[in-house]
Design a binder for this molecule. Structure first.
Ligand code: MLT
Length: 399
């Protein structure tokens, strides 16, 4: 009999969004005539822009001829894509090198897989509430997790306590689920803390394209010192509509080095390359070709048009919450709006009320941690018509 990884006994039976999908499927099976509006999982609804689509088609066509056919691709991703990413960073005032960019199929898998680089006895610090992948993947490995409270008092932007030590720190900004985004001064506090603790920051920047306050950093590498303590994870899922197409990239600076117990200096860039080349064979040429268009001027413009469309939904949701004097966070620099459940309700209870009474699906804050117990998350990713209808129905909850 194999000895199992019994750490799986310590994670919830199903992943948050699987649990929601099951509950919604059960409801729709029992109520096939009801029009359910989905504002739960952060999944985009607009089609991919024509610049990216043209390059996806070009990629498919390349496979049809022996002159242009592609087999296994370069280990870290095609140069044309990695150079496009480097240029995009440059336009945002941040210098990275192409061999620090690793193209992959998703920020979710990369933020989960990065745990391979760290020993089991590290102290992992995560904010609560937080994207459940960070907690679940470390729990699966049996690592000790310490939580740092994100709450209304600190605007869901907690800062480190210098008296508390951590080895691996997770930061997501703009934040999933709260929508809160760190400014440069706040991020500098985290970078200084990480350097003082010889810790590494796992920086999830998947929602950077949603930042509308131009003073906010889009990359942790805009902060001095971050190249020595941070890994950054980005994604085309929400930026370019690639949730189904799958493409992401992770930046591992070559300055990121730590000393092993035998005194050997270990480079996280070299370790990640070793890990990826062993366990991953890259993102398809077709997808990378399509993704490359998102970093051109014309492609980026199309991505921003879609993001601006979703921003209209943020306004529709915010106005409905304002009307009922419901306190909320996010929705300005992020596609997520995080609000207090009315009448102090528990969030799964509120989820069931929303589903059963008005057929609107959101995400219960409890799924992101104890500080989400009385909060609820809506996404701006549906269309205008459904978002308006959902918020009209929402208003009836108070009649
Ligand atoms: C979410 O809704 O939190 C995200 O869509 C999940 C993800 O990106 O994996």
């Amino acid at each position: 009999m194999p000895k199992l990884n019994e750490n799986y006994l310590n994670v919830k039976a199903s992943y948050l969004f699987s649990e929601i999908a099951h509950r919604v499927a059960a409801y729709t099976a029992a109520n096939p005539d009801k029009n359910v509006i989905r504002m739960g999982i952060g999944d985009v609804t607009l089609p991919i822009g024509s610049e990216m689509i043209a390059k996806l088609h070009e990629g498919v066509d390349a496979m049809a001829s022996s002159e242009t056919f592609k087999g296994y691709g370069p280990e870290q991703g095609y140069d044309f894509l990695r150079n496009g990413i480097v240029d995009y960073y440059k336009r945002n005032g941040v210098t990275i090198a192409a061999d620090e960019v690793f193209v992959s199929d998703g920020a979710k898998s990369d933020t989960g897989n990065i745990t391979d680089l760290f020993a089991k006895d590290n102290i992992v610090m995560v904010p609560d509430p937080v994207y459940p992948v960070y907690v679940d993947t470390n729990t699966m490995d049996g690592r000790e997790i310490i939580y740092i409270d994100a709450n209304a008092e600190n605007n869901f932007l907690p800062l480190p306590d210098p008296k508390v030590h951590a080895d691996v720190i997770y930061i997501c900004s703009p934040n999933n689920p709260t929508g809160a985004a760190y400014n440069k001064e706040q991020l500098k506090v985290w970078v200084d803390y990480a350097l003082a603790n010889e810790a590494v920051i796992i920086y999830d920047s998947a929602y950077e394209a949603f930042i509308s306050d131009e003073t906010l950093p889009r990359s942790i590498f805009a902060i001095e010192g971050a190249r020595k303590c941070a890994i950054e994870f980005c994604s085309l899922s929400k930026t370019a509509g690639f949730t189904g197409t799958r493409c992401a990239y992770t930046i591992v600076p070559k300055d990121l080095k730590f000393t092993a117990s035998n005194g050997t200096e270990m480079s996280l860039n070299a370790m990640w390359l070793r890990r990826q080349t062993t366990k991953f064979n890259g993102t398809s040429f077709i997808v990378q070709n399509g993704a490359s268009a998102a970093f051109t001027e014309a492609g980026h413009k199309q991505c921003m048009e879609n993001i601006n469309y979703y921003r209209e939904n943020e306004k529709i949701i915010s106005e409905a919450l304002d009307k009922r004097n419901i306190r909320y966070f996010g929705g300005v620099n992020s596609p997520y709006i995080w609000f207090e459940c009315p009448n102090g309700m528990e969030s799964w209870e509120f989820f069931d009320l929303m589903l059963n009474k008005i057929q609107v699906v959101g995400t219960p804050g409890t799924g992101f941690g104890k500080n989400g117990t009385h909060f609820f998350r809506l996404t701006s990713f549906n269309n205008h018509e459904n978002t308006r209808e959902a918020m009209k129905r929402f208003d009836t909850l108070f009649d």
